[in-house]
Design a protein. Sequence first.
Length: 232
Amino acid sequence: MTVALDIRGLSKSFVMHLQGGVRLPVVDRVAFQVPAGSCVVLGGPSGTGKSSILKMIFGNYRADAGQILLRRGKSTVDVAAAEPRQVLALRKHAIGYVSQFLRAVPRVPTIDVVAEPLAANGTSREEARSRAADLLRRLNISDRLWDLPPATFSGGEQQRVNIARGFLPDLPVLLLDEPTASLDAVNRTVVVNLISEKKNNGTAIVAIAHDEEVRDAIADQIVDIRQFAAAA
């Protein structure tokens, strides 16, 4: 299998400016590979740095050391060393991210929130909205809600909108931070099926999933982040 994402020696700490500049180490020399068409689940208790790793891969956090090698065809980009404009381009064309919380522009209709990633890449508004509608139906979001802003929805509905927005584009890498945490059993199954479809289409996935049933259903490999705990 082709390695789509190669994490090498990744380290991260935070400086606590309100506590006299104390440096808080998080992870040290994280290393794993994600082949195209597979899902690596980051394991370990809360607070071990799993979400920080996803945010470094997405470019929200800068790594203190190490490489995040994203392979696209014959080219390789080190996200850890990329300039901000490169990171923005990668988010548009290469790396999707479903966080635990939906962030959307207020008053924008739900269907346009979901369709926006496709529209931003040049897909016609009609096609983007059509594909968004198909995914919203699969995730059991009633069509009577599509013209309403998602800020008016319940937590579980907002998370399903978040999932639809993240899963709609066909990108080489997809990052998932507890995507099923707010969902009932029916919608958890829908998300597990969507992950399986992404894998079958060649997407490399890095996920956090504390639900054992979901983790077992989606993981091709589990990487226990405790082995990369940074010494305090």
